[in-house]
Design a protein around this ligand. Sequence first.
Ligand code: SF4
Ligand code: SF4
Length: 395
Amino acid sequence: MARDGFCLDLEPPTGEAAVVGRDALDALIAVLRADGYEVIGPVRRDGVIALAPVTTLGDLPTGWGDEQQPGHYRLVGRDDDALFGYAVGPHSWKAELFPPRADLYEVRRSGSGGFEVQASPPDDRPRAFLGVRACEVAALAVQDRVFLEGATRDPVYARRRAQAVVIAVDCGDPSSSCFCASMGTGPRVTGGFDLALTELATGDALVVRVGSDRGAALLARIPHRTPTRDELDASREVSRSAEQLLRRRLDTTGLRELLVAEVEHAEWDAVAERCLACGNCTSVCPTCFCSSVEEVTDLAGERAVRRRSWASCFSQQFSYLNGGTARAGIGARYRQWLSHKLSTWFDQYGTSGCVGCGRCITWCPVGIDLTREVVALRTRPSSATAVGMSLAEEL
Ligand code: SF4
Ligand code: SF4
């Protein structure tokens, strides 16, 4: 690889870094598309940064940032041309690997009065994910444990995941909802990617780190050059300053034990006064994996499809069991969700179910903030009324 100027010849080994210009990202998208990948990346749509197919660099939300708080999200124009100058939006990569709806198999009546069962055709398009943040790389690892490493390996997830190319991006401008540093997942991407990008403050170049042979092969096909010492330092500085911008914290000390011990805490009743049981938090969470299945029939009764759809532990029907609902009250459902995320997930999967992305905080319509709820559970074992009033004052 030439030291001065971009070249295409040598394949950088895994672990090496290079510098690319913005045009090279366009080339990367073109290379992936030429190889048959659908490239999914950030786009500005419906007032948010959404994840959708992109065909050129021009599809990215250049010059846009976001403003996030509990129950609040706004796009804001930036005073630069940053390509990735925003935090995570309401979409996560979960929807690409564990789709909100997936047909599993179909049953058709056969001529002989019986029926035939056929697996539904899989959606096997290879996908490349452009702009995966550190917390989202961590979320992919959590979902890998859930869908690939348990006794019930999920074929839909497995097929999509095996083909997925991960182009990660270091966060430079986290939102006020983010708390990845508390969860040890960000803001710098440290693994689980094919390529990782850091957008330099100068705006004209990006440092690229190689995380896999597949990433090295991709980098070899786009113009790149060796980074200078200053550029590598500047890339690390992006992550250092991002970490300093993180204001939200979650103290995880003894949290597993706390949540198991505090099943009768008054805060569960206090949060039930505010929670709408809408399930937004579970929809936006990149690790929530609950689903239900139903049979959908045609009007003639000739064909039925078994369809899997996302479900939420916040719905009353979710815990319906033997003629009754196990978690009838909203407080019990919030307790189930929070305790699973931060405590019993460890027992199931050996990891936290929360990666600190902050989506559930931003997209809760009433601004319920799990980090505040943990503070309440730690410090206010008083009456429900007192706890609720204190939290309302803080929020
Ligand atoms: S629980 Fe909330 S902060 Fe944690 S990973 Fe899910 S959406 Fe993100
Ligand atoms: S915590 Fe917020 S987002 Fe989650 S179910 Fe309750 S009201 Fe909806």
